[in-house]
Design a protein around this ligand. Structure first.
Ligand SMILES: Cc1cc2nc3c(=O)[nH]c(=O)nc-3n(C[C@H](O)[C@H](O)[C@H](O)COP(=O)(O)OP(=O)(O)OC[C@H]3O[C@@H](n4cnc5c(N)ncnc54)[C@H](O)[C@@H]3O)c2cc1C
Length: 427
């Protein structure tokens, strides 16, 4: 892989997401050689992907070049590569650009969409886990409106303007809110010759409340906000099949929709080589101890979504969100330095700072340790927190300016079909 031997212990990090980047930053300018490998050359701020899909933000403003994060640190290397296999017995990893040895290996590969084995849904639904997927969704949404304008067949037109979002977690709720605002504020202006009242935003949740991991008041308020925006909320309903047009559910309801967005689950993005059944558990996550060390290995660690640190209080591990990934990245960095100076490792303790979701203009729900609030103030808190954690000063400025512009003008000007998406719409 053409990385010089430095005589320093080599830490190979797979994945430049929230966890991998926090770890790489922690090890900057230390007596270790850090090699960060990612299949993309940028970090993705996934919480704002839905704004890319709905034309509120340009994709570049939520991505950040990984090489820039490592700049000015002579012992840090980045390689744009996909890791194909881990060979723990050889202390090396196989990538699509060659093999690299390690002294310490850290898996920070995050998660991928979980279709729970339903291949039809996987083939026909839209996922929203990466920037390219969000751009595909943006194109599809806009192409649907263009196609709806052209057809004389009312059934087809309805299906083209029918959006089914599966999963009432923060992603589903935020996306539904954004689509409802497009229906209300943008479609009538962009398509004066189309009856945009036909457009339906359907949010389907398997359990009996939205935002099931948040407090009851947050769930209730989010549902009220969404209904006010005109979103059809279905609870205790599961989508069982989708052929690109017909949506089947476990109850009597069915839908005809050219777009089904799957936001119903994720699973760990494991890599071949560590696939022992006893360490890959529920949700395809890799079992780690309280130091993020993969069970059964001395020099292999895992952080973030891919890692499951089970305890009495957290039998299912930490939530698969950005905070545990960032905290584990920082903590593991300090522990690796302790390890190198032969000091005792410190167990990881998660500091849960709360969770939040926005439902659209002036509307958000926030659960913090001591306070729970909803409405306009929550919306300002949501914006501030997202701007704060976004990587890159330029990105923060661009996102802030876009938000102010969108707010004042009731607009989303990134509604561009830059890269047309060809989907079999079953029509
Ligand atoms: C649409 C969406 C909205 C979300 N909203 C929120 C939110 O509002 N708040 C919140 O806290 N969390 C949110 N999350 C969850 C949050 O983004 C994740 O929990 C977080 O990104 C996990 O960080 P990570 O470092 O474990 O993995 P990631 O950030 O996913 O990074 C993993 C990295 O590994 C790379 N990679 C994977 N496999 C390989 C391989 N084989 N070879 C090379 N590179 C590889 C990927 O390219 C990626 O860059 C959201 C997620 C999504 C998808």
């Amino acid at each position: 892989m053409n990385i010089p031997k430095s005589g320093l212990p080599r830490v190979v990090i797979i994945g430049g997401g929230f966890g991998g980047v926090s770890l790489a930053k922690e090890l900057r300018d230390q007596e270790v050689q850090v090699v960060l490998i990612d299949k993309h050359n940028y970090h993705t701020f996934q919480p704002l992907l839905y704004q890319v899909s709905t034309g509120g933000l340009e994709p570049d403003s939520i991505a950040y070049p990984l090489r820039k994060i490592l700049q000015d640190s002579p012992n840090n290397y980045f390689r744009l590569a996909e890791v194909l296999e881990i060979k723990p017995e050889e202390n090396s990893v196989e990538t699509d650009i060659g093999e690299i040895g390690y002294d310490y290996l850290v898996l920070a590969t995050g998660s991928k969409t979980n279709f729970f084995g339903n291949t039809n849904i996987e083939k026909n639904a839209m996922a929203m886990k990466t920037v390219p997927q969000s751009l595909n969704l943006r194109s599809l949404i806009l192409e649907n409106f263009e196609d709806a304008l052209l057809t004389d067949d009312l059934n087809k037109r309805e299906a083209l303007m029918n959006f089914v979002i599966v999963g009432g977690g923060p992603t589903g709720v935020e996306l539904a809110g954004a689509l409802a605002e497009i229906k209300k504020g943008i479609l009538p202006k962009d398509y004066p010759d189309l009856d945009t009242r036909i457009a339906q935003i359907n949010l389907i949740q398997g359990s009996d409340r939205l935002l099931a991991t948040m407090s009851e008041p947050a769930s209730k308020k989010a549902e009220i906000f969404l209904k006010k925006l005109g979103v059809n909320v279905y609870k205790n309903m599961r989508v069982t099949d989708y052929d690109g047009y017909n949506v089947s559910t476990n109850v009597d309801d069915s839908f005809e929709a050219a777009t089904l967005i799957w936001a119903a689950g994720v699973q760990g993005a494991t890599i071949k080589g560590l696939n022992a059944e006893d360490i890959i558990v529920r949700g395809n996550r890799v079992k780690v101890d309280e130091f993020n060390k993969v069970i059964g290995f001395d020099n292999v660690f895992a952080i973030g979504d891919i890692a499951i640190m089970q305890s009495k209080n957290e039998p299912y591990g930490h939530p698969m969100v950005a905070q545990p990934a960032m905290q584990q990245g920082r903590h593991l960095g300090a522990n690796i330095l302790r390890l190198l100076s032969k000091k005792a490792l410190v167990p990881f303790k998660y500091n849960d700072k709360g969770s939040m979701a926005t439902v659209g203009r002036n509307k958000a729900v926030v659960d913090m340790k001591k306070f729970k609030f909803q409405g306009v103030f929550a919306w300002f808190v949501w914006m501030f927190v997202h701007l704060f954690f976004l990587i890159g000063f330029r990105n923060r400025v661009v996102v802030f300016v876009n938000w102010v512009y969108n707010y004042v003008r009731f607009d989303r000007e990134a509604r561009l079909i830059i890269r047309p998406y060809k989907k079999n719409k079953g029509l």
